[in-house]
Design a protein around this ligand. Sequence first.
Ligand code: KPL
Length: 294
Amino acid sequence: MKWQILGAGAIGCLFASHLAKQKHRVSLLTKIKQLNQAVQLTELTGHQLQFKMDALTEIQHDADVLLVCLKAFQVLPAFNVLHRQIPSSLNIVLMHNGMGTLAPLQQLLPKQRIFCATTTHGALLTAKFNVRHTGVGNTILGGQRQDKAVGQAIACELDQALSNSSWSDNIQEKLWLKLAINCAINPLTAIHQIKNGELLQPQFRPMLTQICQEFCQVASLQGLALTPETLLEQVQQVAQATAANFSSMNRDIYHGRPNENEAILGYLLQCAQQHHINLPLCQQLYQQVQRLSV
Ligand code: KPL
């Protein structure tokens, strides 16, 4: 398959370099054209590799997959510019924290095959086009039932590139679980400017418990079988596994960059409102993050 990666941040560069390592044809889709752009990967072992790939300003007409690694709030503005040059054969894979981009994108591109993916691989951009793989995770991809064969083929290439990638028949459930983890970890670590692992301190336990309870009220009405207790356990596992890392929202607030509050807590609160449910703590955290946002 021929891949094009939109979004040369940590996750975009991580996938681009691993796909290139497996000799897949990969290019980047960037604002500035640069043929033979070097992308440097520092593997978990510390081993450094460099891959040359074209950074192009247009979608390649014969690309099979456009892997979109933008932040949620960048997705629609990007496609409003790109949608006229997208061939009907192009498979789009959305991979970002938070939710809410799929429905408007489907409206903009009603005939397009669009998949959603979520990854727990850790990556850090140490400089432009320089990425460090900081933690092994997994990647799950899913979409419409009729697109399963294509989706499985995409997941298979991703799996060869970065282990633990697979197709899911129920991607919504996986996206909601990731949303829950982001709702619990990102706002608190951003507001208190702490590392993920510090959330395991006893003073955060009541707040994490309440976030999980509030989240599950909405999730159950969305048809998801999640209990606050199992969710809290999963949140604690992720906080433990990424203890030394700063969450993405923590870094965005710290560096004064736009953040994903709208796609994370904002999305949850929007769903809650549709079900006429009040989520007092999530609402409070959402407002606190908004006040810290640029
Ligand atoms: O996805 C993350 C993020 O930082 O956005 C978590 C899972 C919280 C890891 O830091």
